[in-house]
Design a protein around this ligand. Structure first.
Ligand code: MF3
Ligand code: CO
Ligand code: CO
Length: 254
């Protein structure tokens, strides 16, 4: 392959991921109107899937290592990979994360955000705000020639100063040919470690922040990850492109 052909292939890849990222971001925006007491997480999953499967878009979650649903919906003390269920009914005071991943023309997009159900207890409000604010902290670290794990260094410094803890086991990940590939981004790490960021790298950043301890447990369904101590957990995820000057957040809605 000539240099020119490689550049064209990269350009197409980035355009494809950009399109898939837009779709997942718009799915999260669309679903907001359906979040209310009495709705089951399975219904939310179904609505997201109906939205995604118009055209030829496809959820990248279903059957991913036997995962049985189209999205991940994680309530309260569930950290991530919550399996939507008809028996799980939203009620006032719940906080939840919806994580949407699609594959469009073989390109992936991956994003998640928190929602609240009408009312929120003060501690949960602070948790969600701090987790959201992590974005402002880590985005400053996304620039060419910086080391990837400075992202986790800054996230953990901030979240821990606010009295919360950072989940260790689940990381951000490169998105390119595969949904999960190098570089993996730890959300707690040492300064100036990891790999050097270069223009046109694409990866997710998806910190999971707990009110008490960072330890986790996985349920017998093989997927649902909860806080070990039962405390609340929050997460926001974006897919990011490193550019020549800095970054572009690909998973912003229209
Ligand atoms: N969206 C998840 C992530 O952020 C991956 C979910 S895989 C699934 O990496 F199988 F659980 F859906
Ligand atoms: Co991800
Ligand atoms: Co995700």
């Amino acid at each position: 392959m000539t240099h020119k052909e490689i550049i064209i292939k990269w350009f197409r890849q980035i355009e494809g991921i950009r399109k898939a990222s837009k779709i997942v971001a718009n799915t999260l925006k669309m679903i907001e109107a359906y979040i209310k007491p009495g709705v089951s997480t399975e219904e939310l999953d179904h609505i997201c899937n109906l939205y995604i499967k118009r055209n030829w878009w496809k959820s990248a979650c279903i059957w991913y290592y036997q995962y049985p649903k189209y999205t991940c919906i994680s309530l309260n003390d569930t950290i991530c990979h919550g399996i939507p269920s008809k028996n799980e009914i939203l009620k006032e005071w719940d906080i939840l994360n919806i994580d949407v991943t699609v594959i469009v023309d073989w390109y992936f997009g991956d994003t998640s955000r928190m929602y609240t159900v009408w009312k929120i207890i003060p501690k949960a409000k602070t948790l969600v705000e701090v987790t959201k604010k992590c974005l402002e902290i880590w985005i400053k670290q996304v620039k060419p020639w910086n080391k990837t794990w400075n992202i986790g260094y800054e996230i953990s410094k901030y979240a821990e100063a606010m009295g919360f803890s950072v989940v260790r086991e689940y990381t951000g990940h490169g998105v390119w040919i595969h949904l999960h590939e190098e570089p993996y981004i730890f959300h707690k790490s040492n300064k100036n470690t990891g790999v050097i960021m270069k223009p046109w790298m694409i990866f997710t950043i998806e910190p999971m922040i707990n009110v008490w301890d960072y330890k986790t447990k996985t349920l017998w369904d093989w997927w649902t990850v909860k806080t070990l101590d039962g405390s609340l957990s929050a997460q926001f995820e974006h897919t990011i492109l490193v550019t020549e000057k800095g970054y572009e957040i690909l998973t912003l809605p229209d």
